[in-house]
Each structure stands twice: as structure tokens, then as C-alpha cells.
Design a protein around this ligand. Structure first.
Ligand code: GDP
Length: 395
């Protein structure tokens, strides 16, 4: 059996274990390194080769898509990662960094439970950092922080350890101030500020593929002095091998982002105003794969062969080919033609996609981004609010 086929099978197996699923987005101000980081994660998970990571092949551009003659959905990727002897399924949704795509960012946030916020160490938190954080927190999505381009502080700006530490701490404190300000009135969210000590902050270089966090430093025995020495000596390959970025970030994802079973009971009341005493509400809170089908479409893309593909989050039940489903705001039902997941960016058809996962569905011809698709007639999810500061518009 080919390697890819094996990975697909493993993903299918993991789809049935919601405790081991993490649905995440990477969000950042433009140019802070989101694409480079995403490629690192894919390479680390064995989805693309290590050499191509950093050349922005997997998550980028339609040009690449055309060249390779296959469907690459820039927005969705599933991968597996072993953490504490357990394999995890990580569904990653890419988010556009540019302010004009604010709507897409917010829609992506509806499908995920955790947001990895990338901040450039040199530039610090920028307006778009604030916007993506606001979008995440509004949707009840938990943030963690990755401070990128630390290589520049060391090799280019020639900062000493103290100066560098000050700079990193000031980025963390700025981000925490934003998080605190945005969550102070939210009583369903406990303290979501990030810290080096608890492992919700990582730093490193997406370009040179190394990263560190407090837990990783404890594990590898590397300290900052050694990292600075290797980076200064241009021994970046060694640094990458000793402390690979993808391990650090994917461990952080598995450890600190909630799985769907933990996240959905908190998120459902925030995004759905239906009867919270109903059986349907209970099925969504429990991530019940045998319950009624509830699927929220967050993105529609075009496939030259399969036509329109609706992707989004399955909150309850299991999506399967042949199901006749309601689409909110339209009369009649649509028939599911195929269901799939995104493997390393390519759509892979599977038998079914159970609750807690990100699915790619064809046949939902009436669906648009924001549609609630379900096997029973139900109150649709709350519309997704765009935040493209300073104005707020409705989707
Ligand atoms: P995005 O707009 O957030 O997706 O950012 P990209 O991943 O496209 O990166 C923007 C630019 O920053 C590119 O030229 C990258 O090569 C560069 N870059 C990304 N990460 C790093 C890093 O860790 N160190 C350095 N020096 N450059 C980086």
C-alpha cells in the first residue's frame, strides 16, 4: 500500500475518535509567516517533502494548482501527528492574511476550536493581529501564540539575550493585553491569555524550520544560548534537526487546543440560538456521530471535475453520500453526491465524515458559505459577522 493511502486510512480511523481531533486555524497579519509555517507543519506531518516546505507549495496559489493539475484547496488540510504516544488528526484551515479577506477569516473561525496566531518578532502585533484575535475570540476559539522570524533578531539585528528576551516578552504582553480586553465580558471563557511557562507560546523561524517552547526546551535540553549560537553560526540545518518547528507547534496544538468534545458544549450556545433543551442541542454538545446531521458550510470552492465543493464543520451526525439534507434559507433538499476530507490539501473521498470533523461535500447546490445543512429542519446557526475594522458588516 502506498504511503499516501496509509495516511488516508489513518485519518479515516482517527475521524471516529473526536478526543484525538484538533480543528485549528493559523491566523496572522500579512507577511508574518503563516504560509511558511503551514508548509512546515505539512512537511513535519509527512504530507509534503521537507525540502519543499518554505517554498510555499502546498498552501499557496492557484498557479500551482493548475501546474499540478489537481485540486488543491488553499483553505483546508488534514494531517496526523503523534503526541504522547497517541496519534492525533489535525484539521488545519488556512486563513487569508489580507484585510480584504476578513470575511473568509471569520468563516474559517466558525469551523475550528483553536487559532494559532503568528506574530513577526520584528514587527510585533499589528492591526491585523488584533482583528484575527477578535474574530477568534468572538467565535469562542482559543488562541495560542507563535512568535516567528526570531532568526532575524539573532542574525540580522544582532540582539543580545536580554534585548531579545525583552522584545519577545513585549510581544507576548501586547497580545495578552488584546486577549484580556476582548474576553473580559465573556463569562464562558476563562483565562485565555498565553504564557511561555504554560507552553501556549512558541517561538522560532518558519523560514529555517526551527522552533522552541518551554516544554520543547525541557524535552530537548536545548537552551536559548545554544539556539543563539547555532543560529549565529549559520548552523540552521542542525537547529532544525535538533528542534524541528513542526514538532514544537503540533505538540502545542495537541496539548493546548480543545478537542471537539470539550469545545462544542461551550461553542454551541455561542453560535446557535435554537432550543438548548432539545435533543438536537444535546447531540451537538456531545458531538454525537449517530445523531441528526448538522453541518455548517464555511467555504465554497470550485473543482474543475466535481463542481462546487462545500467545506465546513460537522457538528452532529455523520455525513454520507446519498443523504437528502435541508439547506438553510432555501426550499427543498439537496442530495449529497460525495463526502471527503482534505489530505495535504487534496480532496480525498471517504465513506463518511462523522461529527467533530471538517468535511468537503459535493451535491449541495443551494449551499453558500454560512449555510446550515441538516437532516432535520432546524434553527440555522448565527450568521457569521465579518470584522474588517473599523466597520462591522453581516455575512
Ligand atoms: P504570510 O503572508 O503570513 O503567509 O507570510 P509568508 O509565509 O508568505 O512569509 C512572508 C515573507 O516572510 C516571505 O518572504 C518568507 O520567506 C518570510 N519569512 C517567513 N517566515 C520567516 C522567518 O521565520 N524568518 C525570516 N527571516 N523570514 C521569514
Amino acid at each position: 500500500m502506498g504511503r499516501r493511502k496509509k495516511i488516508v486510512q489513518e485519518c479515516e480511523r482517527l475521524m471516529d475518535e473526536p478526543e484525538n481531533i484538533r480543528n485549528i486555524a493559523i491566523a496572522a497579519h500579512v507577511d508574518h509567516g503563516k504560509t511558511t509555517l503551514s508548509d512546515n507543519l505539512l512537511a513535519g506531518a509527512g504530507m509534503i517533502s521537507d525540502e519543499t516546505a518554505g517554498e510555499q507549495l502546498a498552501m499557496d496559489t492557484e498557479e500551482d494548482e493548475q501546474e499540478r493539475g489537481i485540486t488543491i484547496d488553499a483553505a483546508n488540510v488534514s494531517m496526523t501527528h503523534e503526541y504522547e504516544d497517541t496519534n492525533h488528526l489535525i484539521n488545519l484551515i488556512d486563513t487569508p492574511g489580507h484585510v480584504d479577506f476578513g470575511g473568509d477569516v471569520t468563516r474559517a473561525m466558525r469551523a475550528v476550536d483553536g487559532a494559532l496566531v503568528v506574530v513577526d518578532a520584528v514587527e510585533g502585533a499589528m492591526p491585523q493581529t488584533e482583528t484575527v484575535l477578535r474574530q477568534a475570540l468572538r467565535e469562542g476559539v482559543k488562541p495560542t501564540l507563535f512568535i516567528n522570524k526570531v532568526d532575524r533578531l539573532i542574525s540580522e539585528l544582532q540582539e543580545g539575550p536580554e534585548e531579545m528576551q525583552q522584545r519577545l516578552l513585549s510581544v507576548i504582553s501586547d497580545v495578552n493585553e488584546l486577549i484580556r480586553g476582548m474576553t473580559q465580558d465573556m463569562d464562558d471563557i476563562e483565562d485565555w491569555t498565553v504564557s511561555v511557562e504554560d507552553g501556549t507560546v512558541g517561538f522560532g523561524s518558519a523560514l529555517y524550520k526551527w522552533g522552541v517552547s518551554m516544554p520543547s526546551m525541557q524535552r530537548t535540553g536545548m537552551d536559548f544560548a545554544e539556539i543563539m549560537e547555532l543560529e549565529r553560526a549559520d548552523k540552521r540545518q542542525e537547529l532544525h534537526e535538533k528542534t524541528p518547528l513542526s514538532d514544537v507547534v503540533l505538540d502545542m496544538v495537541c496539548e493546548h487546543f480543545p478537542n471537539p468534545v470539550d469545545a462544542q458544549p461551550r461553542r454551541i450556545p455561542r453560535i446557535w440560538r435554537g432550543d438548548d433543551e432539545s435533543e438536537l442541542a444535546e447531540q451537538m454538545r456531545l458531538v454525537d456521530e449517530n445523531g441528526d446531521v448538522v453541518f455548517m458550510v464555511t467555504d465554497i470552492s470550485m473543482d474543475p471535475h466535481a463542481g462546487e465543493i462545500a467545506s465546513g464543520r460537522v457538528f452532529s451526525g455523520s455525513l454520507e453520500k446519498g443523504q437528502e439534507l435541508y439547506v438553510s434559507g432555501t426550499a427543498g433538499k439537496n442530495r449529497v453526491q460525495s463526502v471527503g476530507i482534505y489530505m495535504g490539501g487534496e480532496r480525498e473521498e471517504v465513506e463518511q465524515v462523522p461529527a467533530g470533523n471538517i468535511a468537503a461535500v459535493t451535491g449541495l447546490r443551494d449551499a453558500i458559505a454560512g449555510s446550515t445543512v441538516s437532516s432535520v429542519d432546524m434553527t440555522p446557526f448565527e450568521s457569521i459577522e465579518h470584522i474588517s475594522e473599523p466597520v462591522i458588516t453581516k455575512a
